[in-house]
Design a protein around this ligand. Structure first.
Ligand SMILES: C[S@@+](CC[C@H](N)C(=O)[O-])C[C@H]1O[C@@H](n2cnc3c(N)ncnc32)[C@H](O)[C@@H]1O
Ligand SMILES: Nc1nc2[nH]cc(C(=O)O)c2c(=O)[nH]1
Ligand code: SF4
Ligand SMILES: [Mg+2]
Length: 215
């Protein structure tokens, strides 16, 4: 299997429970909820994406012929040291490309594997930390995992508290609300705070890399 990778880089995980953790980010090309082209955004299922995942032309990106060469490249980004090796598989939608061979190759190199997914494709069982971020208008089939990270407010979910209550019945270890980053960011932040104040099982997740000037 060949893998199409948009970019790879070493940074701190900016979001969620592991925010602040040193991590290699492996961003796969392509998504099933948007083509990634601006002219298609308004008709996409997911319309608020903050990420360029088109093509393989980013730093550290490319087409990798097999799992071993991709895992070797990821290890090179981590650098020296065996402790705490952590990789975040994201995209685009990573479950379009993740397979057993890649999971095994990353584990063989000592990585703990995290994934950021929209949940429309069942998560690979070998992933160590599963983060699912539901998108209004899509069918979330992956209703269990480590963290559920709901972008808020979200037209279609954001105005229906029943949807939020329903998600509280899913099998996640942590429930997180992440403010929608768009031109209404200040109001979105307040809406996210209001939701967490009203529903104490949820906690606020900030995209800290954007405040820190990290990738
Ligand atoms: C770019 S997505 C890639 C992984 C996967 N496709 C997904 O949606 O979970 C990574 C994370 O960024 C979040 N995200 C994307 N655009 C955002 C925005 N404008 N504001 C806040 N979070 C956003 C997603 O919900 C997801 O949790
Ligand atoms: N620093 C940093 N943390 C992140 N957490 C999730 C991200 C993503 O785009 O999946 C992301 C990202 O793009 N950068
Ligand atoms: S599902 Fe994820 S990668 Fe795809 S368009 Fe939405 S936020 Fe972007
Ligand atoms: Mg991002």
């Amino acid at each position: 299997m060949t893998y199409a990778v948009k970019e790879m880089f070493l940074t701190l995980q900016g979001e969620g429970v592991h925010s602040g953790r040193r991590a290699v980010f492996l961003r796969f090309a392509g998504c099933n909820l948007w083509t990634g082209r601006e002219e298609d955004r308004r008709k996409a299922v997911c319309q608020f994406c903050d990420t360029d995942f088109v093509g393989t032309d980013g730093d550290g990106g490319g087409k990798f012929a097999d799992a071993a060469s991709l895992a070797d490249a990821a290890l090179a980004f981590w650098g020296e040291g065996q402790e705490g090796r952590y990789i975040v598989l994201t995209g685009g939608e990573p479950m379009l490309q993740i397979d057993e061979a890649l999971i095994d190759a990353l584990h063989a190199r000592g990585f703990t594997i995290a994934m950021e997914s929209n949940g429309t494709i069942a998560a690979h069982p070998g992933i160590d930390w599963v983060c699912i971020s539901p998108k209004a208008g899509s069918e979330v089939v992956q209703r269990s995992g480590n963290e559920l990270k709901l972008v808020w407010p979200q037209p279609g979910i954001g105005h229906s508290l029943a949807d939020v209550a329903g998600m509280e019945g899913w099998a996640f270890g942590h429930l997180l609300i992440q403010p929608l980053d768009d031109p209404n960011a200040p109001a979105n932040m307040q809406a996210a705070i209001d939701l967490v104040m009203a529903r104490p099982r949820w906690r606020l997740s900030l995209q800290s890399h954007k405040y820190l000037g990290l990738r």
